[in-house]
Design a protein. Structure first.
Lengths: 363, 389
């Protein structure tokens, strides 16, 4: 047994940390959020140059062949810096799904993703379909005409292509199409954590068999594994965020003086910060378990990802709320990162099944 | 990263399981499985069976007759005993006073005390807490004055676990009042048969007689029973606490309780309880992996740091929360309580078997967040060593 990260993994983490410190500080992030663009294309290109966009793809598809451990490291660090670039959407949800599929054009698409030239969004969610992504109302008729509405499509407005889950003759089907095809219309809005998503309608969009990625069980499994990996990634993001909430709160209370002394001298605050530390460590432990199970593609991986997601949904939110409280008035100011951590935590809990949903999956 | 045990460790686990299946004394197993309290003789039989297998010195170096096990082996041993529902091993002799004796004691003391501990021929208890000294242990007042070749001991110890069964007690006593409170403390070994010692039971809220008050009135203790140097007792006490904390998370025992709880809940069709059980299952997994992380660090040459305090806090909370769910699962039957020895009487109360047992566990396990450095003290430790405040 050895639960230490290996040398390459430690180096990867340091590389990402250095990048976030020098290229992605809080002010830079604020500028990106406030700009008219949903993310920074230059930052995205830097991701490509560092090889991060190629990380999880198999070597046969032109990727680096990294697994769930490296992705978790990346997302932990992204969580600390509150990175808003659409890695989750393009690389994790759509890219790894294509990589696992038998789709004819997948290598070409993946190489464009790796180069930073293409965004693909996965339209998996529909209204009133709480977290069951295998049940959809969007249809593909016998002449391959697509009709339906997808909601909360992450980074939908920037996607060159869309992967859409639909049913054909009662069977689940995954199709991929250009986002500017006739019949595709989009209503885009920003999310609480500074990203963007879209509600997308498909009205008599004419597709062919060449648009089909997979159908039946194959489609179902592709969706399940893609969502599972994305769930692990946002959970890792939450773990990084919890660590930051703890560190920044500790730093703040050591510097903030009231009653003639640093407020970190007060035991009531110390014990609350100890609780934040403990929760962060326990969440890390569940992350280690879940990422190893996903890495080994074990039968138990869904259960352990659910355990992690359920846990961070609760304890992550608690940590972020405590961080706001212990920062006092500054905690609710837009000028500090702390409030943005809370907003990020809310969005993480809402994605791919919230804490309660995943708690039920444990049974 | 690799979360799996080595082949050798798996083989060791199987050896432990084999012993539990074949050599764990049957009369002890029967009573324990049915929630019946063990007698002194039962406990002696149980420990002697472990001695016979050569496992009593589970955390001892080989040179003193111990197993010389790795941290991982020790973890497996603890976990398997917990999973099998065995009573926790009495720590006072083997893992508390013994490491102090072999580290700070003289050769004569090692020869005199260690073999008896290994064979469970002496039952030790711990004389630490006093009526006025709980979390602030260093304020202790029990006085030992050297007169000729004896110390004369006067004072009172409290919360002394199973003192009524003990042959010996290791005590922190005050030998000097002049300096700061930590510096005047010494570590003394006292024969419980010495005249002037009186043991009075303290009955706890579960109805059990587990802890005691121990009074010392002019008790004559040979000076040769002082361990190490006079005035250095506080150092030895802190050393001892580090040994005490390992395995305190009780992951194996909690897993057993969780599995039993899952069986019970499966028959109840109660989604609220199911939800709480699921929460505990996730929490226990987090504790388990945290302990494995500690183990991995130890195996790779690291030192136990904050993890042991985390494990104490979360492990004991888990034990308490599990026991509380047994009580909740009993529903209205939880109001019946035959006492800790429940079904020894002929009148078997109505309701499910786990009703009384759950309540006895719930009441008894209140102690876990209080002893071994209360959970609030653990948070003070974490504040100091992790937060740096």
């Amino acid at each position: 047994m050895n639960l230490d990260y290996n040398e390459e993994q430690v180096m990867l983490r340091e590389q990402i940390q250095k990048f976030c410190e020098s290229e992605y500080d809080f002010y830079k992030r604020e500028d990106i959020v406030k700009s008219k663009d949903d993310f920074d294309v230059n930052v995205w290109q830097l991701f490509a140059d560092q090889g991060w966009l190629s990380m999880p793809f198999s070597e046969e598809s032109g990727g680096l062949g990294f697994g769930a451990i490296e992705l978790s490291i990346l997302f932990e660090e992204f969580g600390k810096a509150l990175v808003i670039e659409p890695y989750l959407s393009t690389v994790v949800l759509s890219g790894t799904m294509l990589d696992r599929s038998n789709f004819a054009d997948k290598n070409e698409l993946i190489s464009k993703i790796c180069a930073g030239d293409m965004h693909i969004s996965f339209a998996y969610a529909e209204v009133n379909k709480t977290y069951d992504y295998s049940s959809v109302n969007t249809t593909l008729d016998s002449s391959n005409v697509l009709n339906g509405t997808k909601t909360l499509v992450l980074n939908g407005s920037n996607a060159h292509k869309l992967i859409v889950s639909c049913t054909k003759d009662g069977e689940l089907v995954l199709v991929i199409l250009d986002s500017d095809m006739d019949g595709v219309s989009m209503n885009s809005f920003s999310t609480v954590d500074g990203q963007s998503c879209s509600e997308i309608s498909f009205e008599n969009v004419k597709l062919t068999d060449d648009h089909v990625i997979a159908s039946g069980d194959e489609a179902n499994n592709l969706i399940k594994d893609s969502i599972n990996l994305a769930t692990l990634c946002v959970s890792a993001e939450a773990v990084g965020l919890m660590e930051s909430c703890y560190f920044k709160t500790l730093e703040y209370t050591k510097g903030r003086e009231q009653f003639g002394q640093p407020i970190s001298n007060f035991q009531v605050l110390q014990h609350r910060m100890v609780d934040m530390f403990i929760e962060s460590e326990l969440a890390k432990s569940l992350l280690i378990k879940a990422m190893l199970e996903v890495n080994n593609k074990s039968d138990e991986m869904y259960k352990h990802v659910s355990a992690l997601k359920s846990y961070i949904g609760k304890s992550g939110k608690t940590s972020a709320k405590e961080a706001v409280q212990l920062h006092g008035g500054m905690g609710v100011s837009e000028e500090l990162m702390i409030g943005h951590y809370l907003k990020k935590m809310i969005s993480i809990d809402a994605l791919f099944g919230n804490s309660d949903f995943h708690l039920r999956q444990i049974t | 990263m690799d979360i799996n045990f080595t082949k050798e460790d798996i083989a060791f686990r199987d050896e432990v399981r084999e012993w539990l299946a074949n050599d764990y004394p049957k009369h002890v197993k029967d009573k324990t499985d049915n929630g019946i309290a063990l007698t002194r003789q039962d406990m002696v039989d149980y420990h002697k069976a472990i001695s016979k297998k050569g496992w009593m010195g589970y955390n001892w170096p080989v040179e003193y007759g111990g197993t010389g096990w790795s941290s991982t082996q020790l973890y497996i041993f603890n976990k398997e005993f917990g999973l099998a529902g065995c009573p926790p091993l009495l720590a006072f002799g083997v893992s508390m006073v013994a490491p102090v004796i072999w580290t700070f004691g003289n050769d004569e003391q090692k020869e005199r005390f260690l073999p008896d501990i290994l064979n469970f021929d002496t039952w030790w208890c711990q004389g630490y807490s006093e009526p006025g000294s709980g979390s602030d242990l260093a304020s202790l007042k029990t006085k030992a004055v050297l007169e000729g070749d004896h110390y004369i001991v006067n004072g009172a110890k409290t919360w002394t676990t199973l003192a009524q069964n003990a042959d010996w007690i290791f005590c922190l006593v005050r030998t000097d009042n002049s300096g700061i409170k930590q510096e005047g403390i010494s570590f003394l070994l006292i024969d419980m048969k010495t005249p002037g010692i009186e043991v009075k039971p303290i009955i706890t809220i579960d109805g059990e007689h587990e802890v005691n008050s121990v009074f010392f009135s002019d008790v004559k203790v040979p000076a040769e029973n002082l361990v190490g140097e006079e005035g250095k007792g506080w150092t030895y006490a802190k050393f001892l606490l580090a040994h005490e904390r390992f395995g305190i998370a009780g992951v194996g025992a909690s897993m057993r309780q969780l599995n039993r709880l899952k069986e019970i809940i499966a028959k109840l069709d109660n989604s609220e309880l199911q939800r709480k059980v699921n929460e505990l299952e996730i929490g226990l997994s987090a504790i388990e992996i945290t302990e494995l992380r500690l183990l991995s660090a130890l195996e790779n040459g690291g030192h136990p740091g904050a993890e042991s305090s985390i494990l104490k806090i979360k492990g004991t909370e888990m034990q308490q929360n599990l026991s509380e769910l047994f009580v909740e699962a009993a529903g209205e039957y939880a109001l019946m309580y035959p006492g800790p020895h429940g079904y020894e009487s002929n009148d078997k109360p109505a309701g499910p078997d786990y009703a009384a047992e759950g309540l006895s566990g719930f009441l008894n396990l209140r102690k876990t967040s209080i002893y071994g450095g209360s959970n609030e003290i653990q948070k003070n430790i974490l504040s100091k060593f992790v937060l740096g405040v």
